[in-house]
Design a binder for this molecule. Structure first.
Ligand SMILES: [Zn+2]
Length: 286
């Protein structure tokens, strides 16, 4: 990853991306972590608002919902800041080798149907396409976490609910979690193209529901498209992200908020097992 020319080099590492700890030890600078992290999670998450806490992940008390099935309720725009927060910690924990995938239910169905086609007469055509051949390719054990956005299928299909369940069960069999995402305008209920009573019961038994929907004001803002920085609008639970920005030059568009420093400090005090101890001071690179 080369640094864009108009951005001043990081003040901590001078643009090296690493900092010398002692004679023969270097550690990755936060600016380098932030760049690689952003390229891996994608701009939608990287540029989401920075928040200072989330029910999905916390160091103290230790909470890590990436390890369990969650039924997330909320506008996608409300959920993104929580993904940002969570994935900073997870990518830090995994030295940037953390893998997640976001898919729609419609995509699941397409791949599932494609799998059928693959074994039938369209084999040649399938092999020419760059796509996933099976649900296992799409949501299998290579992904630490898979998010499935529900309600994106534009037409009824009787297989849909069963395919969602199959995807979740496939992950469960590998000891891996799935997050289902329900948008307030596509509620998972009778009439929804993803809904079935069987899937409803499965979710009720296997998933914990977490509602990240923000208040009405922010939803109106999202829909109408006002500038969400308008200071007259309440931000509800969101607090302004901590300053200074991660690279200290104040110019980067990428503000990872307080999670980055917190994650980094936690790491230097031991891995996930010991994260229960809050240690806010000392040893941190900031
Ligand atoms: Zn740096």
């Amino acid at each position: 990853m080369s640094e864009p020319k108009h951005v001043k080099p990081c003040q901590k590492c001078g643009g090296l991306g690493r900092i010398q700890v002692n004679e023969d030890t270097w550690r990755r600078c936060l600016c380098s972590f932030a760049r690689v992290w952003a390229s891996k999670v994608g701009s939608e998450i990287a540029k989401a608002k920075s928040i200072t806490s989330s029910p999905l992940y916390s160091l103290s008390p230790p909470v890590d919902k990436t390890k369990s099935n969650v039924f997330l309720k909320g506008w996608w725009s409300d959920i993104l800041p929580h993904l940002k927060w969570t994935f900073i910690f997870k990518f830090n924990e995994y030295d940037l080798n953390y893998y997640f995938r976001t898919v729609t239910d419609e995509r699941l169905l397409t791949v599932w149907l494609g799998k059928e086609a693959y074994t039938s007469k369209q084999r040649k055509k399938r092999e020419d396409e760059e796509s996933y051949n099976s649900l296992g390719d799409l949501v299998g054990s290579k992904q630490h976490l898979v998010l499935i956005r529900l309600g994106e299928l534009g037409h009824p299909n009787r297989a849909m609910a069963g395919v969602i369940k199959e995807a979740c069960m496939m992950r469960q069999a590998n000891g891996l979690a799935t997050w289902l995402v329900e948008s307030p305008d596509k509620l998972f209920q009778e009439g929804n193209n993803s809904y079935s009573r069987d899937l409803f019961d499965f979710i009720a038994q296997q998933f914990e529901t977490i509602d990240l929907t923000q208040g009405d004001v922010s939803n109106v803002v999202q829909q109408v498209g006002f500038d969400d920085k308008d200071e007259n609008l309440e931000r509800h639970d969101y607090r302004p992200s901590a300053k200074p920005k991660f690279n200290g030059n104040g110019k980067s568009e990428l503000d990872l908020g307080p999670a980055l420093g917190e994650a980094s400090r936690a790491k230097q005090h031991g891995k996930a097992q010991r994260l229960g101890k809050k240690n806010g001071k000392g040893g941190g690179p900031v």
